[in-house]
Write a protein that binds this ligand. Structure first.
Ligand code: ADP
Ligand code: ADP
Length: 230
């Protein structure tokens, strides 16, 4: 049974910009999907619909057994299951790394501070950055900040992780440290959907590559079919 299921999903921006066209997509638990395609083809919109950062207008979208609609409770439930990492790290600059990680678990998840901090430290270890816990984001490199952002998403113990061009804002020498963390997550069985141009990553990690163009899924295949010449 799929953990994510798009059925004939359509979305428009404004009245006439048709950004997602008849999207049919089923994602099984543990799948690692890379979404690629030209800029403006709807990749970011597609994954933002999964945690309802964007709304679709037609078709059905189910995530972890819940149909996404205007039901606020359903959306809250889904957001706990879906972690997201953005191109810009979106960390709170006036909070320490540790405080960035404990904020949502304490105030959304109602976890006591001690437990939230313990969980945060575990996740910081997982991305190998626990020694930076008391620093502020801007004291860290871009690669370190992005690993903090990944740890922050993991603190809500999501079942699904979405990555929207997570290495595009990084200097080249920092890309690998972020991809390595993502590769480890994939190895631990996390269901992942990654919008990325990193085709080496796709080849190493994805079980499926989806190619989008003008709001449609125009191709899906295992990575070797995309990247290996016959
Ligand atoms: P991609 O991730 O493939 O670059 P996006 O999903 O970000 O594509 O955007 C698809 C198209 O929708 C682009 O042409 C973009 O300018 C447009 N778009 C994105 N967000 C909005 C918005 N909030 N309002 C109007 N148009 C948007
Ligand atoms: P991406 O890196 O995903 O391609 P964009 O540069 O297309 O992102 O968009 C950056 C932000 O601006 C997104 O939050 C998107 O929703 C918004 N946006 C993009 N195009 C438009 C638009 N034409 N009108 C309003 N908002 C837009």
């Amino acid at each position: 049974e799929s953990i994510i299921s798009f059925q004939k999903v359509n979305k428009w921006y404004g009245n006439n910009f048709h950004v997602l066209r008849d999207i049919d997509l089923d994602v099984a638990r543990g799948e690692r999907i890379v979404v690629c395609g030209p800029s403006g083809s709807g990749k970011s919109t597609l994954i933002r619909c999964i945690n309802r950062l964007e709304e679709h207008q037609e078709g059905t979208l189910r995530v972890d057994g819940v149909e996404l609609s205007d039901d606020v409770k359903a959306i809250e439930a889904i957001r706990k299951q879906v972690g997201m990492v953005f191109q810009q790290f979106n960390l709170f600059p006036h909070l320490t790394v540790l405080e960035n990680l404990t904020l949502a678990p304490m105030w959304v998840g109602k976890l006591p501070r001690a437990e939230a901090e313990e969980r945060a430290m575990q996740q910081l270890k997982r991305v190998r950055i626990s020694e930076q816990a008391l620093k502020y984001p801007l004291q860290l490199s871009g690669g370190q900040q992005q690993r903090v952002a990944i740890a922050r998403a993991l603190c809500l113990t999501p079942k699904i992780m979405l990555f929207d061009e997570p290495t595009s804002a990084l200097d080249p020498e920092m890309i690998k440290e972020v991809l390595d963390v993502m590769i480890e997550l994939a190895g631990q069985g996390m269901t992942m959907i990654c919008v990325t141009h990193e085709m080496g990553f796709a080849k190493a990690v994805a079980n499926r590559v989806i190619f989008m163009d003008q709001g449609q899924i125009v191709e899906q295949a295992p990575p070797h079919q995309f990247f290996d010449n016959p």
